[in-house]
Design a protein around this ligand. Structure first.
Ligand code: ADP
Length: 653
């Protein structure tokens, strides 16, 4: 059969693999063993559900190193692959992920084979699950023979790397898969030969594959004392070859926490969930409340590359008494914790349960509820005990929690509100003073904010904008800070929607300081503002008329200190929310009711009064320029840049 080419993306990845951007070549073995174990899981499950009569004890993986031939063979008696499956599974890499991977290259250009050593490359590929392809890190040629359970014919897939592969018929006595690696020649830096040494293999299996629930066997040679010679002057030894099982076969989640080191959890996580980085958090639960189950869950350090896309599928692996019955059970995880990876093993679930029935399973609901609670508690603990770590977690998944508050009309807002953290004027000042840049950005919880509130403070104030620096320099912020109020700084699109959904925290309402009705003026200031507004009524009316529908109101305010103008809004919808909504790919034309506020203490106010008396046409131009300037301060686009520039220039010449 003619040689077939790998699909373009696979080829690219394969080249990266072969050129070994990957620092841990040794993981190839755990990847192949893990595939073998999956294949046996599949067959065992099939046997259980279709009464094929196979027993668990029949399944095994064999490792056969051959130093002379320089080959390492891994066999399994799992479900095997048909010709089509060999083609589909080994000719292309993880279909759905591939596209995204390509996008990533196009967008960031960060996967570049010519500079293969950046950690970004590694994390992209890591999230991708290199699996089978990792074989090419140590092998110059790979042969996969496979016969599917129940099929007549067997096929062999052969490839020497990026230039393609062939598939031919072959003979196999029994079902299963056998993978033979032709180990690369040693180089100055790498002794590939080590992967043929029995103790190295034994160590690798202990390190990465101990929990695999089928025996991993290998013939091991050792020297044994010949019986009867032990007391003689020259005890004699002979070489014996014994088949040994190299793994303990106890799944990690069934072990006691006290038996497990972080490293054990980390290795398990990396293997099972295709991540190169250690998890941010490990949650190992055994039986809680009304359901009997063990759960082993992880929160990744970084969001997977496709996390905030539609392609991402949440879920935990579901086992029934040690047998995997579902790869991704979405019902076990609430959307707000969709980033959690892991598995649940329960004795209370039937093996034969179908997906449809599972959705209605009462037991499953009980488990899901207790998982939700458990993740929440662990996060709360981290928030209280290790703020730096929590900040890192927040960077990766905070957005998801805020969506969690907002979604479902706030159904989960009560249980999530104490997990929220924000930047604020208080934290920002602290961060600015903190010379040691190593330290993480400080963030505040809502409870901490409330505890710091001034005695007469009625609301929790917030301001929204594109960056912290921008918000920090907003005219409104300046005044509030001057009066000693703390302001939450919202820089994510979802933030304001999230707070509006919460409406209040501990009976303190949230208030946008970009909204017109926020007033931190004291009584005498209020009287003065009222007086100036009354006196300037006709001036303000001319300006409002000039601006037409663009603004709901033009008024004089005391909330400004050094800035001439600012923009606030009088309805529920703020200008920042308008910005978010108009950036969405819908024809949502929702507009905020904007209020142009003018600083009565600024020289521009005198000028406006002068123009009112002497040149009303010019006053209209000024109104427009000031409105556009206020838009700019808010981080919004000027409505008609050409007109704006023309008017500005008109004033300059
Ligand atoms: P992943 O395991 O992450 O899906 P791999 O590249 O490791 O990706 O494997 C691709 C696919 O090839 C697997 O999903 C599986 O269907 C198939 N496969 C790999 N190894 C075996 C095996 N030993 N027996 C049966 N199928 C296998």
């Amino acid at each position: 059969m003619a040689k077939k080419q790998f699909k373009a993306e696979s080829k690219r990845l394969l080249e990266l693999m072969i050129n070994s951007i990957y620092t841990h070549k040794e993981i190839f073995l755990r990847e192949l063993i893990s595939n073998a174990s999956d294949a046996m899981d599949k067959l065992y499950y099939k046997s259980m559900t279709e009464n094929l009569g196979l027993t668990r004890g029949e399944f095994e993986i064999n490792i056969i190193p051959d130093k002379e031939a320089r080959t390492l063979t891994i066999t399994d008696n799992g479900i095997g692959m048909t010709k089509d499956e060999l083609e589909k599974n080994l000719g292309v890499i993880a279909q759905s992920g591939t596209l995204k991977f390509k996008d990533d290259i196009a967008e960031n250009g960060n996967v570049d084979a010519s500079k293969p050593d950046t950690s970004d490359d590694i994390s992209v590929i890591g999230q991708f699950g290199v699996g089978f392809y990792s074989a090419f890190m140590v092998a110059k040629k790979v042969i996969v023979s496979s016969k599917q359970y129940g099929a007549e014919d067997a096929f062999v897939w052969t490839s020497e790397g990026a230039d393609g592969y062939t598939i031919n018929s072959c003979d196999m006595d029994s079902y299963g898969t056998s993978i033979t690696l032709y180990i690369k020649e040693n180089t100055d830096d790498e002794r590939y030969e080590e992967f043929l040494e029995q103790y190295r293999i034994k160590n690798l299996i202990g390190k990465y594959s101990d929990y695999i629930r089928y025996p991993i066997k290998m013939e091991m040679k050792s020297s044994k004392l010949i019986e009867g010679t032990e007391d003689s002057e020259n005890p004699e030894y002979e070489d014996v070859i014994e088949t040994k099982t190299l793994n303990s076969m106890v799944p990690v989640w069934k072990k006691n926490k006290s038996e497990l080191k972080d490293e054990d959890y980390h290795n398990f996580y990396k293997d099972k969930f295709n991540d190169f980085t250690e998890p941010q958090m490990i949650i190992h639960d055994k039986t809680e409340g009304g359901a009997t189950y063990s759960a082993l869950m992880f929160i990744p350090k970084k969001a997977p590359f496709d996390y905030y896309t539609k392609e991402y599928e949440k879920g935990l692996q579901l086992y029934s008494s040690g047998v995997m019955i579902m790869e991704k059970c979405g019902d076990l995880l609430p959307d707000h914790f969709s980033f959690v990876k892991g598995l649940v093993d329960s004795e209370d679930l039937s093996l034969n349960i179908s997906r449809e029935m599972l959705q209605h399973d009462r037991q499953l609901k009980v488990i899901a509820k207790s998982i939700d609670r458990s993740v929440r508690n662990e996060l709360k603990k981290m928030l209280n005990n290790d703020r730096e770590k929590y900040t890192e977690f927040w960077g990766a998944f905070g957005t998801q929690l805020k969506f969690g508050v907002y979604n479902g009309f706030g159904a989960n807002s009560d249980v999530l509100k104490d997990l929220l953290v924000f930047n604020s004027s208080f934290c920002e000042d602290d961060n600015k003073n903190n010379k040691n840049k190593q330290e993480k950005q400080k963030l505040t919880t809502l409870a901490e904010y409330v505890a710091r509130m001034k005695e007469n403070q009625e609301a929790i104030y917030y301001a929204a904008g594109d960056t912290i620096a921008r918000i920090d320099s907003l005219p409104q912020v300046e005044t509030l800070k001057d009066k000693g109020f703390e302001v939450l700084y919202l820089i994510e699109n979802v933030d304001e929607f999230c707070l509006q959904m919460l409406a209040q925290y501990n009976d303190k309402p949230f208030k946008s300081i970009q909204s017109a009705d926020v007033d931190v003026a004291d009584e005498s200031e209020k009287d003065e503002i009222k007086r100036i507004n009354d006196e300037s009524k006709s001036l303000l009316a001319v300006m409002k008329e000039a601006l037409g529908e663009k603004v709901a109101e033009v008024k004089v305010s005391k909330r400004l200190k050094s800035h001439p103008v600012c923009l606030t809004s009088s309805g529920l919808l703020t200008t920042q929310m308008e910005k978010v909504l108009s950036a969405m790919p819908t024809d949502n034309q929702a507009k905020a009711d904007k209020v142009l506020e003018i600083n009565s203490g600024h020289p521009i106010f005198d000028k406006l009064q002068f123009l009112y008396d002497n040149d009303k046409d010019k006053l209209k131009v000024y109104a427009d320029i000031l409105y556009n300037q206020a838009l700019l301060i808010e981080g919004m686009a000027v409505e008609n840049p050409a007109d704006f520039v023309r008017d500005m220039c008109g004033l300059m010449v």
